[in-house]
Write a protein that binds this ligand. Structure first.
Ligand code: IPD
Ligand code: CA
Ligand code: CA
Length: 264
C-alpha cells in the first residue's frame, strides 16, 4: 500500500474507534450548535485532533483543510478532513457516520479514505490505481435506467431558498426511480455510489471536506461527477450529481432544468 495511504487509514481507524466508543456514552459528550441544523460535538473535535496529529507526526510539512480547525500550513500538499461526517446521526445515536480523509497534491486529489466504524468498512483509492472496499476492487453500478435506479440524496437544510426547486427535483425522481435514500453522511453516500450500492446521488451545497475523498473514490470506480450544469465546478458550488456515465446524463436531464443555472 502507498505509505501515505497507510498513515491515512491508521488516522481514519483511530478516529472511527473513538466515534464508535463514544456513541454509547452520548451523555458524556458536549454538543454545540454552530448554526441552525449544524452541530459540533466534543467528539468531532477530538477525532479531528487525532487525525491531524497522526498525519502530522508522519508528514510534518503537509498542510490541512479540516472542518473544525480550518486551513493550516502548506497549500501545495493538503489533507482534506471531515473527522465525523454525520454529526446529526451521531447526536441521535444513529450509527451511519463516515470518517473522510483525502490528500490533494498541487490541486489534484491523489488519495482517499472513507471509513465506516460501525460496519468496519474501509473505502480507499489512489489516483490512477482504482478504488477498493476492504481491499476488494469496487466499480460504480451498471444500472442504465432511472426506472431501475436507487438514488441517494441529502436534504438542503442550509439552502432554504432552494427548497422548492429541490422538492420538484425530488418529486420527479420519486415518480421515476425504483427508490431513494437519505442516510445523512455524504462521504458514505459517495462511497456507496463508488461501490455500486447507490446508482446515483445528488445534493446541494456540500463542503470540500464532505466531497474530497468521495470524489476520488467515484472517479477511480468509473463514475462521473458534475455540478447541476454538468460542469466540473462542483467544489466551488458544493452542488453535486454523480452516477455511472449513462445514468449521469439521465439524472442531469432532470436536475439541470430545475436546479441548474439558466445562463449555462
Ligand atoms: C453533513 C452530512 C450530511 C449532509 C450535510 C453535511 P456533517 O456533514 O454529510 O449528509 O447532508 O450537508 O453537512 O456536518 O455531519 O459533517
Ligand atoms: Ca460533513
Ligand atoms: Ca463533520
Amino acid at each position: 500500500m502507498d505509505p501515505k495511504l497507510t498513515v491515512a487509514v491508521d488516522a481514519a481507524r483511530k478516529a472511527g474507534n473513538l466515534i464508535a466508543r463514544a456513541i454509547d456514552r452520548l451523555d458524556k459528550i458536549t454538543i454545540n450548535e454552530k448554526s441552525p441544523h449544524d452541530f459540533v460535538t466534543s467528539i468531532d473535535i477530538q477525532a479531528e485532533e487525532l487525525i491531524i496529529e497522526t498525519l502530522r507526526t508522519a508528514y510534518p510539512d503537509d498542510g490541512f483543510l479540516a472542518e473544525e480547525s480550518g486551513k493550516q500550513g502548506s497549500e501545495e500538499t493538503v489533507w482534506i478532513i471531515d473527522p465525523l461526517d454525520g454529526t446529526m446521526n451521531f447526536v441521535h445515536g444513529v450509527p451511519q457516520i463516515g470518517v473522510s480523509i483525502a490528500l490533494q497534491e498541487r490541486g489534484k486529489l491523489s488519495l482517499a479514505v472513507v471509513y465506516d466504524p460501525f460496519r468496519n468498512e474501509l473505502f480507499t483509492a489512489c489516483r490512477g490505481k482504482g478504488a477498493q472496499v476492504n481491499g476488494n476492487r469496487m466499480r460504480v453500478s451498471q444500472c442504465h435506467q432511472l426506472s431501475e435506479a436507487m438514488l441517494g440524496t441529502g436534504f438542503p437544510y442550509h439552502a432554504k431558498e432552494q427548497f422548492p426547486a429541490y422538492i420538484d427535483t425530488f418529486s420527479e425522481f420519486f415518480y421515476n426511480t425504483a427508490s431513494m435514500r437519505r442516510p445523512g453522511s455524504a462521504s458514505l453516500d459517495l462511497a456507496y455510489v463508488a461501490s455500486g450500492r447507490f446508482d446515483g446521488f445528488w445534493e446541494i451545497g456540500l463542503a470540500p471536506w464532505d466531497l474530497a475523498a468521495g470524489v476520488l473514490l467515484i472517479k477511480e470506480a468509473g463514475g462521473l461527477i458534475g455540478d447541476f450544469n454538468g460542469s466540473e465546478d462542483y467544489f466551488q458550488s458544493g452542488n453535486i450529481v454523480t452516477a455511472n456515465p449513462k445514468l449521469f446524463r439521465e439524472m442531469l436531464k432532470v436536475i439541470k432544468p430545475r436546479l441548474g443555472d439558466p445562463a449555462k
